[in-house]
Design a protein around this ligand. Structure first.
Ligand code: SF4
Length: 118
């Protein structure tokens, strides 16, 4: 199963993520950005989605609550060696900082810490 199959937006209206213009200073688009970001906030595949959007050069639509301009900024920063915490930093156990096996979600405990906490 690909990450798209687990996306929180899988059954959402695609128009929510693809406004008619990229002018996010317009009230309607700004409102749409907020609504889309609410869906993205709880999405389990945020890392995959952002990685895809950045690496495939998406320059239209809302990805992980980011506007195309945000994506350009992330792309430019990564091009100069600045890592992005949602893409370049591996998820860590919040208890002991051991690396999770993918596809873990940051903030979760590793099996060892879960066992200790039980
Ligand atoms: S992060 Fe947002 S845009 Fe990306 S797959 Fe999840 S819900 Fe969809």
């Amino acid at each position: 199963m690909g990450w798209q199959q687990r996306a929180a937006c899988r059954d959402a209206d695609p128009d929510l993520f693809f406004p008619t213009s990229d002018d996010f200073t317009a009230v309607e688009n700004a409102r749409q950005l907020v609504e889309a970001a609410k869906v993205c906030h709880y999405c389990p595949v945020r890392r995959d989605c952002l990685t895809y959007a950045i690496e495939s050069g998406q320059d239209f639509g809302i990805w992980v609550g980011h506007t195309p301009r945000d994506l350009q900024t992330i792309r430019r920063e990564r091009g100069t060696g600045i890592s992005h915490p949602d893409i370049d930093v591996e998820p860590m156990c919040s208890g002991c900082s051991l690396l999770f096996a993918m596809p873990a979600v940051d903030g979760q405990l590793c099996p060892l810490c879960e066992e200790r906490a039980a």
